[in-house]
Design a binder for this molecule. Structure first.
Ligand code: ZN
Length: 277
C-alpha cells in the first residue's frame, strides 16, 4: 500500500534544536506564522523564566507541545554518576509537568567502560527509578533507539527490538518508544518491530530527517528530508499502519543549516515536509 503524500501542516512538529540559533520566543513565533502546529522543546531552549512560562508562551501562540527532549543517559561505571543521572531525569519530569508537555524522550546512554549488556541493565534500573514519578505526574516516557554508531557513549539501545523489549519489560502505559528514521532506517527487522510496537500501543513519537550520503559528521550533519537515502514516507507508512496518529517531528542537527538564515531554512523544512515526508 502506498503511503499518501502529506498535504498540510496539521501534523508537522519542529524540534527547537533544528533551529538552534533561534530563541524560544523567536522559534515559537516563526513556527506559528508558518502554520507549523507542533513543537518539541529541547531543555536548553527553555525560557529563562522557566518551564511553566515556556509552556504558556507556546500555548498562547496556538502551538501544541509534543515532547520535552531529553532525559536518559543513565549508564555509568560510576554509581555516583548514575545517581546524578536519575536526579536529572526527575528534574526533566518536573519541567515537563510544569510546561504541560505530555512526553519526555529518553536518549538512554551508554558507557564504553563497560559492556552494552551492563549499560542496558543500568538503563532499566534508571527507568525503574523514574517511572513511578512519571506515572504520578501524567508524563509519558519514550525510549528512543539510536543508530549503533552511537553505542559507545549515547545509547546501548540500538534497535527497535531492544526498545520494544525494554518497554514491554515494564508493561506500563506510561513507557513507550520514539521512532527516529535516522536511527532505524537500516534495520531489516524494522517493519516487524514497528508493527509489534504499534500492537502494544507503544509508538509515542516519530522523528524525521535524512541520512546524507556521505555523512560528514555523524552527529551534526543530518539532512533535510529528501537530501539522503532514507525512505521516510515508507517508514511513515509503517508507523501509521501500526496505528500511530501523532506528529511528524522534524529533528535536524546540522552545523550547515544552523549557520544559514533560519527563515529560509524553515521555508525549506515546510517544502521538504510536503515533498519528501
Ligand atoms: Zn530523534
Amino acid at each position: 500500500m502506498k503511503t499518501q503524500q502529506l498535504t498540510d501542516f496539521s501534523r508537522l512538529c519542529v524540534h527547537t534544536i533544528t533551529t538552534k540559533p533561534l530563541s524560544i520566543e523567536s522559534a515559537v513565533n516563526k513556527y506559528a506564522a508558518l502554520g507549523i502546529r507542533g513543537i518539541t522543546v529541547w531543555r536548553d531552549a527553555l525560557a529563562e523564566d522557566g518551564a511553566a512560562a515556556t509552556g504558556r508562551l507556546i500555548r498562547d501562540a496556538g502551538l501544541e507541545i509534543v515532547s520535552l527532549c531529553r532525559g536518559g543517559f543513565f549508564p555509568s561505571v560510576s554509581k555516583e554518576k548514575r545517581a546524578i543521572a536519575v536526579a536529572d531525569n526527575l528534574r526533566a519530569l518536573e519541567e515537563a509537568a510544569d510546561m504541560e508537555a505530555p512526553l519526555v524522550v529518553l536518549v538512554c546512554g551508554a558507557d564504553s567502560g563497560q559492556s552494552l549488556e551492563t549499560s542496558r541493565l543500568q538503563i532499566r534500573a534508571g527507568i525503574e527509578n523514574i517511572l513511578p514519578r512519571a506515572e504520578k505526574l501524567g508524563v509519558k516516557l519514550a525510549v528512543e533507539p539510536l543508530h549503533p554508531v552511537y553505542a559507545d557513549t549515547r545509547s546501548a539501545i540500538s534497535t527497535m527490538k531492544q526498545a520494544n523489549d525494554m518497554a514491554n519489560w515494564f508493561n506500563s502505559p506510561s513507557l513507550g518508544v520514539a521512532v527516529d528514521v535516522y536511527h532505524v532506517w537500516w534495520d531489516e527487522e524494522l517493519p516487524g518491530e514497528i508493527a509489534r510496537c504499534g500492537e502494544n500501543g507503544k509508538i509515542f513519537a516519530f522523528h524525521i530527517c535524512d541520512w546524507k550520503v556521505p555523512v560528514n559528521d555523524i552527529l551534526n550533519d543530518r539532512g533535510l528530508m529528501g537530501e539522503g537515502c532514507i525512505d521516510i514516507r515508507g517508514i511513515r507508512g509503517l508507523v501509521e499502519g501500526a496505528g500511530f496518529e501523532g506528529f511528524n517531528e522534524v529533528e535536524i542537527f546540522s552545523e550547515i543549516y544552523w549557520k544559514t538564515d533560519q527563515d529560509k531554512f524553515l521555508d525549506k523544512i515546510t517544502e521538504a515536509y510536503l515533498l519528501h515526508s
